[in-house]
Write a protein that binds this ligand. Structure first.
Ligand code: ADP
Ligand code: MG
Length: 721
């Protein structure tokens, strides 16, 4: 055995051995005793809370009953099967009637029948755990968990000798583990062994003064009680402490990076506003919204501070982020620096360029566009303009990152739709600054991220939010319909087109089966063309298999009003602005994620006409899909939708986080549910750093050590510069 039990290979834990160790490693990723201890129960069975069957009702959450098996019946495709000539591959369902004297209940199994059939002996008593429901007027439970009474009652096995636990932890498991003999009971026994062995080696991981200040329980108490809770109060304390610790260290490491960045005088000082800014501002055809003004003030303060700006700008589609980008760029040029604005696609770069050029009229600032399809002769001029500094603002795509693009003095980089740019790409942009200091950075996103997630993903960035839409926007009416209403839908679209409006029809694109999706799109397109024949109707199509040239041609035809209908895959998702388009039809809407649906809907409602979003779905869709569609119909607020999305799917699956990835995977805390603890942990980390920014004080030595660990080497924006 090694000195430290925590790092000891799991195979040396009494009761494990090489064979089980391999299973632990492969099935749960557990390779050391420490890993095992960090595997917390996902729920607990409270042996004191067994209820009588007569008290069970279908509206209850999970319940536990203790009951005797009365009889077992097997059913095949054609009905009952005689147990005498049972062949299990023909059994489709097993029904087990149980009673506890107060009433009867039916247990239903569709899977693992053979094993359960052999396990549940008529006349024997078991503890069943599951969700009660009613079927055909009878109380039942589908696929309950089953515990033997003997294992429940015997002192050894469950519970813990140290805490005298009445609650038994239930751990993640797999078929293979169960078949390999690692049952719930075994898990509990191994966990007790692991704790007894390793706890003496585990030192307190938070400084004493924080434990006292925050009223947190010590680590030994927490670990003991997360596995073997003495009672619910002890469990709550253990849970809170472990969640707090996890979120606290995450915030501490993120904020420390930010504190270092802010303390260093490493930013280009841009004290002036400049004439161009004022000319542009004064000639705007509209008033900035309060939110736009606030955000511009925040950005100005950053830019004149002498520190490098690293700011994330979140704002729903149509909230006017482009305007903010324009004015921010003009602050840079007003101070004698160049600005670049990067967009993720060619179409978007072009659109930005067109809008921005319009705002530049009269300011004297030269603007250029550089994309993959810029011609060689154009490129020469563009490169020259950037090198000699005559071009003030460059808009472009990844083409801006190429080595032969050289700036005279890049002072600001604005990145639109952040998640499509990787860290390395951003780093290349940074290096293009030639004045020795990193450019200010503004990352803009229209994918609203819940606050807790933003605090974690971008904990070291400052976050600005435009939470107000320009005035005069009419709400978008969102409706859902199924195939049976297609005729009515087409009729409605014709009416809209007759009024001079344009229509998007979007088909899902799922990467695993691009071919099939293409087929969906093609069939859909044919159907549309048949229903909307030319003349008088003009239909354009845009999809991923077209060349950039084709895409642009078709997009432009639609944007310029030469086509009434644009049939597309979700490539039009980001940023495309066609104010005259007032109807968005989303086909197979159940196949889209919430934030994608929201992005798509944001393509309409940009003009002065009433707009519609029509979500076409199949007749039978999953509960989650149904909920997404309902939410879409219920609210237009992107932040609300993002919060709901996170609750439904967990933060790891949120769009916008998949590519960038969560910086760290959380073991016990949940960004969706533990927002309060996160706030608390962040505030606490802030306080610690205010007093001791470099974590040099003796009392904080443990903190400094902890965040030096590999797992906190999170993406660090300040390092990139
Ligand atoms: P985003 O990039 O956030 O999706 P845009 O910057 O494209 O939004 O703005 C959407 C539309 O709203 C544009 O046509 C823009 O000219 C207009 N707009 C921006 N700010 C305002 C404002 N304060 N008042 C009125 N219209 C505005
Ligand atoms: Mg935009």
């Amino acid at each position: 055995m090694e000195k430290n039990a925590i790092d000891t290979d799991i195979q040396f834990l009494p009761g494990v051995g090489p064979k089980r160790a391999a299973m632990f490693r492969n099935e749960l990723g557990i390779s050391t005793i420490g890993d095992l201890i960090k595997t917390y129960p996902f729920r607990y069975i409270d042996r004191s809370s067994i209820i009588p069957i007569s008290a069970a009702a279908p509206d209850m959450a999970y319940i536990q009953v203790r009951a005797r098996v009365v009889e077992t019946n097997l059913f095949g495709a054609k009905g009952g099967i005689d147990p005498a000539d049972v062949r299990f591959n023909t059994v489709k369902r097993m029904s087990v009637k149980v009673t506890d004297g107060s009433g009867y209940m039916e247990l239903v199994f569709f899977k693992g029948i053979r094993w359960m059939y052999e396990r549940l002996k008529p006349g024997e008593e078991y503890v069943f755990f599951g969700k009660p429901s009613v079927f055909n007027g009878h109380l039942n439970m589908v696929h309950p968990e089953v515990d033997n009474i003997s294992s429940q009652d015997s002192k050894s096995g469950t519970g813990d000798s140290q805490t005298g636990s009445r609650m038994t932890g239930v751990y993640p498991s797999t078929e293979k583990l169960r078949n390999g003999g690692i049952t719930g009971k075994t898990m509990n026994r191994l966990m007790e062994n692991a704790l007894n062995l390793a706890l003496p080696d585990i030192e307190e991981t938070l400084p004493q003064y924080l434990l006292v200040e925050k009223g947190l329980v010590p680590i030994h108490f927490a670990l003991r009680n997360i596995h073997f809770p003495k009672d619910t109060a002890a469990l709550e304390k253990a849970r809170y402490r472990l969640k707090f610790e996890e979120l606290f260290y995450l915030q501490l490491s993120l904020l420390k990076q930010k504190y270092i960045r802010c303390r260093n005088e490493n930013g280009i000082r841009m004290p002036k506003i400049g004439d161009a800014f004022n000319i542009c501002y004064n000639s705007l055809p509209f008033q900035l919204t309060g939110a736009q003004k606030r955000v511009i003030t925040e950005i100005r303060d950053d830019m004149k501070s002498g520190h490098q700006m690293n700011r994330l700008l979140q704002g729903d589609v149509g909230s006017g982020k482009t305007m903010v980008a324009v004015l921010t760029s003009l602050i840079a040029t007003g101070n004698g620096y160049q600005a670049c604005i990067m967009a993720p696609t060619e179409v978007l770069a072009q659109q930005h360029f067109k809008n921005i050029s319009r705002y530049m009229a009269g300011t004297g600032v030269k603007t250029a566009l550089l994309t993959g399809s810029s011609r060689a002769s154009e490129r020469r001029d563009i490169h020259a303009g950037l090198e000699d500094g005559s071009t003030g603002i460059i808009v472009g795509t990844h083409a801006l990152l190429e080595d032969n693009v050289v700036f005279r003095n890049l002072g600001l980089a604005i990145i639109d739709e952040q998640h499509r740019f990787g860290v390395e790409q951003r780093a290349r942009l940074w290096r293009k600054s030639s004045c020795g200091l990193p450019p200010h950075v503004l990352v803009m996103t229209a994918t609203p991220i819940p606050r807790t997630l933003a605090m974690t993903l971008y904990g070291d960035l400052d976050v600005s939010v435009i939470d107000e839409l320009p005035p005069g926007r009419k709400p978008i009416q969102t409706i859902t319909a199924t195939e049976g209403r297609r005729y009515a839908l087409f009729k409605f679209l014709k009416d809209q087109i007759a009024l001079g409006r344009q229509v998007f029809i979007v088909y899902p694109l799922i990467f695993e089966s691009e071919k099939m999706d293409y087929k969906n799109l093609e069939t859909g397109y044919e159907q549309v063309v048949k229903a909307f024949p030319f003349p008088p109707y003009k239909t354009a199509i845009v999809h991923g298999q077209q060349s950039n040239e084709e895409k642009r041609f078709n997009m432009e035809a639609f944007a310029a009003g030469r086509a009434d209908i644009l049939v597309a895959t979700s490539v039009i998702e980001v940023g495309v602005d066609v104010p005259n388009a007032s109807v968005m039809v989303i086909e197979s809407a159940e196949r889209f994620g919430l934030s994608q649906l929201h992005q798509l809907r944001g393509r309409v409602g940009r003009g002065s006409e009433k707009s519609y979003c029509i979500l076409m779905t199949g007749n039978r869709i999953s509960k989650d899909s149904r909920r997404r569609i309902e939410l879409m119909c219920a609210t237009e607020n992107g932040f609300e939708l993002a919060e709901e999305d996170m609750k439904m799917r967990g933060p790891g699956d949120l769009e916008g986080t998949q590519q960038s990835g969560l910086p760290i995977s959380l073991n016990i805390a949940s960004l969706a549910k533990d927002g309060m603890i996160l706030n608390d942990a962040r505030e606490c980390a802030q306080k610690v750093l205010e007093e001791d920014p470099k974590l040099m004080l003796a009392k904080n030595r443990g903190l400094a050590e902890e965040i030096r660990k590999e797992k906190y080497k999170i993406r660090d924006y300040s390092q990139i510069s």
